[in-house]
Design a protein around this ligand. Sequence first.
Ligand SMILES: [Zn+2]
Length: 149
Amino acid sequence: MVTATPARQVAHLVDTRSEYRLTGEVVVMTYRQYPLGVRRPELHPQTYTVTCGFCGSELLIRVDSIEGTRMARRRWLMLGLLGVLFLGSSIAIFFADPLHRSLSVALVTVVMAVGSLFAVIVGFLTSRLEDGTRLLRSPGREGHHLRYP
Ligand SMILES: [Zn+2]
């Protein structure tokens, strides 16, 4: 659900350290987060200046409207669905010739399957995470991100 105020917050990176766990080395990043304090525009994307609550840096962010954010989520969802379609097609083509007499067709279908799987993962994941907010390039941007609380 897209709300009138963006869910993502300004995040200031305060600490980065490595930890060793059972799965191996993990980089742990610690952020201090602050609400954006802006509302979504009615129609078109707007650029706002927000201040980081930790260091006082002024950051430029672009915020899309509710409908614009929904459209962006639908576009990512379409990418995921197209990925499913191409993944299914590549698997069907790959197994249509069980002896793989044509090595080039087999290679193309494997590459197509890997690319389609990437599109499925990125499309479906990003369709859930899209918030219609972008942190734009600005002088104080270093060490800042937009993150969900
Ligand atoms: Zn900051």
